[in-house]
Design a binder for this molecule. Sequence first.
Ligand code: ADP
Ligand code: MG
Length: 895
Amino acid sequence: MIEVKNLTKIYEDKNKQSFKALDNVSFTLPNTGMVFILGKSGSGKSTLLNMLGGLDKITSGEIVADGNAFSSFKQEDYDNYRNTYIGFVFQDFCLIDNLTVYQNIELALQIKRENNPNLIFKTLENVGLKGFEKRYPKELSGGQKQRVAIARALVKRPKLILADEPTGNLDSKTSTQILKIFKRVSKENLVVIVSHNREDAENYADKIIEIEDGKIIRNVIRNKDYNNNFVINDNVICLPDRKLTVDELSKLNEKIKENPVTITSTVDKFVEQPQTQLDSRKVTFDNKNMSTASLIKMSYNFLRHRKISLFFTIIFVLLIITLLSVCQMFMVFDDRQVINEALANRDSEVFVMKKGYDADDKDYIRSNKNSFINDNEIQSFISNGYNGEIFKLYNTPLPIAAHNSNADGYYYMSDEYRYSDIFAYEAVGVLQCDLDYLTKIFGSGASLNVISGDITPSYTTNQLIITDYIADSLIYFNLDNKYLPTNPNDIYGNVINKIIANHYYVCAVIDTGYKEKYASLIEKFTQYSTSNDNKQLQTLIRSEDFVNFIENLNTYYNVAYTLNPNYAEYAKNVAGTNVKSARNWLAFNGSIKYKDKNDVSKTTDKMYYTMYIDTAYQSTPFNKGEVLMPIRAYNSYFGTNYSQEDVGYNKGVTQQTIQLLHYNQDYDNVNAVPAFTKEVTVVGVVMEEHWIINGEDFREMFEANLFPTALYFDNTENISNIYNTGRQMNFVVTTSYFNAIMDLTNIVGIFTDYFGVIGAILAFIALLLLINFGYTSVKANIFEIGVIKALGGKNKNLSISFVLQMLFIGLIICILTTILSIVFVQVTNTVLVNSFVKFYNNEILKNLVILYFMPNILIIDLCATIAISLISSLLPIYKLRKVKPFNIIKQKNTL
Ligand code: ADP
Ligand code: MG
């Protein structure tokens, strides 16, 4: 039984105005029967019912339900109380619209962690709704809806059914049916019905509590002694509460004609509630949580409710996280990695690095110009763990087309705007290597194919091994030059020990296989260049094949080889012994600076000049220490005004002594130490922009200028290590990848900072979106939550359902983001690479991988997404606690 003692409920509105809705109410309720709470609108009936149902907090007083005092209840006790003890039926039914009749009822059972379809069917049959299971509330009449609501209350087999004006929205016929159902139920349960219909109360109530302005004004029970008979007793006539029969009416008329009579009703239908004996039994409430399956179902329903919002949240967050991760992948963009991978993917057995210029200025690093590599630098590779051979490439190119007056500079094939022939004017340099190296690079099946000559090294002579490419170049340019072999047989024949460039001997020609490998390329090149098809030619020289050809040319095919370990010494000596007869090829580039002998503070800017030896002026007796100077430089430095007539050796130009400082090609480096310093006398001027010097001076300069310009590594296993060590010393790889990647590094570098900011903003937006979704999910489902709470659903279970919802969203986002990121990275790569291929006109770049898909970053982002999703469910959970089912249902009622 239920005992209500001095119950008071005071509402406080927003303006802190308090209103006493219940004022010191006390009564008891039996274990079974039908109790009506009667009263006018606003009298406090619903308030009382909600108090009884534990839907709202009591201000003061006490309710004791079967030994359980509300004052001792914690939140969970209220939930358990509602869950096991109470069944609610509301005036406007409070069915969940997107659940079927069956599911609505099932929900009440799920909250009790029960699964009993039979019971659901039976209960529906009980309320006369057999076969309505699959209908949705909107497909039912009011009466049917209320029956579903009753079924939902009954299925839990509660002790107490609370119905707030259950027939308020129904017509009288339907009302009667509903009340009859309640009456039936009340045989075994206690049914408390709030109503303002006095007639219904009189007809069905076992007990009536009438309230007015929050106070009980009547508390009666049906009179057991009440019978509805027509009785005439002496002078007292008792009238029943119905129409009299004809017989009774005539009896009444007879009696009235007699003496005065007293007419009363038989006995009161209802009598004052006598003092009830409190029973002491105590009921304990079940403490049941929803099963995982039910929780998932419930979460699904909440989400289903807001498909559009869900869709957009997922789409936006998905895009944002994808962008974020791609941003991060850019942020950790490592040009070294890109280069390493690009280099590692080359199927080259040798790795070549050249010396760059200035670590801080990438333009110089990109420069094709060489710089001196010293022994310490070579040693660095070894001390950094490189365990292979390192071979040096010396800057002593062979003058293949020395007859050609244009061949006065470094004429590399790689200089894409200059070449007009498939063959080179000049060899790249001389690589000091060993036989193993040659075999490894050019040998097929580990045996070197020597086309002619003898490869056995002889260290006593200045012998070179040339490639078939150099041999072919020599033949190709072999026109009228007396210093070069004129007969192809001299090269591809028996007479191989022919002097080349007057001081080197070709001891062997090796087969590089270049002709077979690039046969079609060479054929096309020849065809287009002879037919002057410039457009085709340009396309060809920008093709991947051609770029690859040039790269191999500069690295292997157009390199002369020496097996002589003392090559550098020989080269110097050779230059010395043969210098008189050597010609233009010995001209070399460098920068010079000269100082006034009397005023050393007076120096020119370093200028780039080509040095020629005096043989260019063979007719004149050139002495050691004498130079001819470019006329322009002379006039500007000495303030003179000499003209064409004064050009020549000792032609009247005032002799001047200057100090000549020769720099290696490091002429842009302000702090560079001159490789060669000599005091010279200017004995004349020349029209050209170069210097003519004495052969012996030239030899000295040449010696000073002889150095390795590139290193060849024969062990490419640990190419990254070589690359990184080299890079620390400003070494560069002169492959096609390199420039592009350097540019890319600069561009990405500019954006990296912004990527950080963009990433942070994106992450923040994602956070807001998810939080918003979490926040609005309580709002969007507030009615459902209210109903579930009224049915006894626990905060804990609802909270889990929100966590599940957000987790689900997080997981969906994770899966989609993974897919999208992979696609995004692929697309970004393709777009970037394509634009680079276009920009550099270099097909070889198309194999470059710029942006790597980094699972680590994605995993971190996805974990963050899940974490944020979970955090986003905290707000709804917090909000959930504040949701009072009473208010929500009321809110719905007033809608
Ligand atoms: P009834 O159900 O008898 O029509 P109620 O119990 O709903 O009456 O309300 C009783 C009184 O309490 C009414 O005057 C109503 O305005 C007031 N009241 C009900 N709920 C609230 C509330 N949440 N806040 C403030 N006043 C309320
Ligand atoms: Mg009401």
